[in-house]
Design a protein around this ligand. Structure first.
Ligand SMILES: Cc1cc2nc3c(=O)[nH]c(=O)nc-3n(C[C@H](O)[C@H](O)[C@H](O)COP(=O)(O)OP(=O)(O)OC[C@H]3O[C@@H](n4cnc5c(N)ncnc54)[C@H](O)[C@@H]3O)c2cc1C
Length: 312
């Protein structure tokens, strides 16, 4: 309830998209007192977002300066959520290993306590160790959706051929769907294939950027990836690709040898030369676009949601 003297105008907002971006925007807008309805063709557990590994890491999202700033907010907010029971977020130590010597990463400022790996195992020659948020996406998306409802927002399945009217503001968080809804052909799929294997006692994440290999443990399973295939729309896991992923992952983390594969998935990252976060007037409707987060939607979600809420 707003107190006397509080004059901020409250808007009726429709958020298009129920992935991590749409739901995070909805939560921030509801917290500011707006009325928010989320409309989406795929509900949270059917989106690309549910396939994310999901490690805090600014991967394949641009431009660097904005991504670094959004990532910093993301780190802070996800770290806070790690203290909230049932959110699915944990803080976990891990290492990125490199096959060539490198300068400090451009996103180093977003991470407290980043250190160089002193003696990386062969064939690696360099690397970083740091504690990062790791997000169990099915749990987290359920938690976010519940938070939307708790704050009196709604989430409704609706496939649209164009952005809706009838609201003060429409937030376009349609990810790859912006190709149609914003008529934006610069958004393209970057196919990612992952396997989920049984937990074999890992409590640390690992990343090798060359060839994109990552191992991200959750409470009861381990996410093993991955691939980055530009312009590929195929959503079916490829068994030959899965075998190669597992081979690379086992070379990185030998403890995975013989781990039982539980299931496999493919997600299409919404790749774009730059994240689109800006306001546009479409007819009589104010639209705030927020899409094109590539391989870092989880990492950038709270930073972008704060900027969207400020624009609305
Ligand atoms: C294998 C893999 C691993 C990843 N790992 C990580 C990671 O470790 N860390 C990280 O930060 N990120 C990771 N990502 C990236 C992350 O998943 C994406 O950046 C993020 O999911 C994008 O979120 P989004 O909400 O924009 O899109 P989506 O999750 O795709 O949601 C889009 C929403 O818009 C709706 N929509 C679209 N078109 C329409 C329409 N016409 N009508 C109605 N609704 C529509 C959809 O139904 C959906 O609800 C990974 C991705 C993949 C595939």
């Amino acid at each position: 309830m707003r107190g006397i003297g509080q004059t901020r105008a409250m808007a009726r907002v429709i958020v298009v998209g129920a992935g991590v971006i749409g739901l995070s925007c909805a939560v921030r807008l509801l917290e500011r007192g707006h009325r928010v309805d989320v409309l989406a063709r795929e509900l949270p557990l059917e989106t690309t977002s549910v396939v994310a590994a999901a490690l805090w890491y600014p991967f394949r999202a641009y431009p660097q300066d904005k991504v670094a700033a959004w990532s910093e907010v993301g780190y802070r907010e996800l770290a806070k959520l790690a203290g909230v029971a049932g959110s699915g977020v944990r803080m976990m130590v891990g290492s990125e290993l490199l096959r060539v010597k490198a300068a400090d990463p451009w996103w180093a400022g977003a991470v407290p306590g980043l250190t160089r790996v002193d003696t990386p195992p062969e064939p690696y020659v360099d690397g970083w160790a740091f504690t990062a948020p790791v997000v169990d996406m099915p749990v987290y998306l359920r938690w976010l959706a519940e938070r939307v409802r708790e704050l009196d927002g709604t989430i409704t399945r609706l496939a649209m051929a164009q952005l809706p009217d009838g609201a003060d503001v429409v937030v376009d968080a349609s990810g790859l769907g912006a190709r149609l809804l914003a008529d934006d052909r610069s958004v393209t799929p970057v196919r990612g294939q992952v396997l989920y294997v049984e937990q074999v006692g890992l409590d640390q994440w690992w990343l090798d950027g060359s060839g994109l290999t990552y191992v991200v443990p959750r409470a009861h399973e381990i996410v093993v990836g991955g691939t980055e295939e530009e312009g590929v729309w195929n959503l079916s896991p490829d068994p030959a690709v899965a075998a190669r992923i597992l081979q690379r992952a086992t070379a990185l983390v030998p403890a995975l040898a013989g781990a039982r594969v539980l299931r496999q998935k493919v997600g299409l990252r919404p790749g774009r030369p730059a994240v689109r976060l800006e306001e546009q007037r479409v007819g009589s409707t104010r639209v705030v676009h927020c899409y094109g987060h590539g391989g870092a939607g989880v990492t950038l979600s709270w930073g972008c949601a704060a900027d969207v809420a400020a624009l609305v």
